[in-house]
Design a protein. Structure first.
Length: 184
């Protein structure tokens, strides 16, 4: 059983015996997963109230088996070298929306923000507490963007847009109409 794996931190192990699926759900679900894993939390359900081992009970927007398939995939991969270190460096350097010493050092070219005139779609999840949405609105003000869809959805965890069931995926429900309006 995965729960007995010695390298698995105690902070992601339930206090009762669980199935491997329940162990996976417990480690990733935002209600039980530790804060240091907040960038990969999902809203997937909960441990069952009984059973030995206890199973996982679905009920939120991301089915736990769908999340497992997402992380097990080879093309495209759910994780890569770029995240989280390099991505966070680029975000911090690009956040002022202008060329800074940090942007130059990292090779970012933030030179044409005022010339952007394409439609913008931005989806902010609970992880950023509205920062992505605020940054998108700031970009719209500083550019020539005349049509934007900016979603601040704090009911959605950071990974839910990638793994939520399509019928409950708030990201898909907003990005598909946006893309439909802008497809040639």
């Amino acid at each position: 059983m995965l729960q007995q794996y010695p390298a698995l931190p105690d902070s992601v192990k339930p206090s009762v015996r669980v199935t491997n699926e329940a162990q996976f759900g417990f480690a990733f679900d935002e209600s039980t997963s530790p804060e240091f894993l907040s960038s990969i939390h999902v809203r997937a359900g909960r441990l069952a109230d009984s059973g030995d081992p206890r199973p996982w009970r679905p009920g939120e927007i991301t089915p736990i088996r769908r999340l497992a398939k997402t992380f097990a995939a080879h093309a495209p991969k759910a994780t890569e070298w770029y995240y989280p270190r390099r991505l966070l460096l680029d975000i911090d350097a690009a956040s002022p929306l202008r060329q800074t010493a940090a942007a130059r050092y990292l090779g970012l070219r933030l030179l044409h923000g005022r010339e952007i005139d394409l439609p913008l779609y931005a989806f902010s999840t609970a992880l950023t507490r509205g920062h992505v949405a605020r940054g998108a609105r700031r970009l719209v003000r500083r550019s020539r963007i005349d049509e934007s869809t900016i979603i601040d959805d704090r009911r959605t965890s950071h990974i839910d847009p990638l793994s939520a069931a399509p019928s409950r995926n708030h990201f898909l429900k907003s990005v598909v109409p946006f893309l439909s309006r802008h497809t040639r």
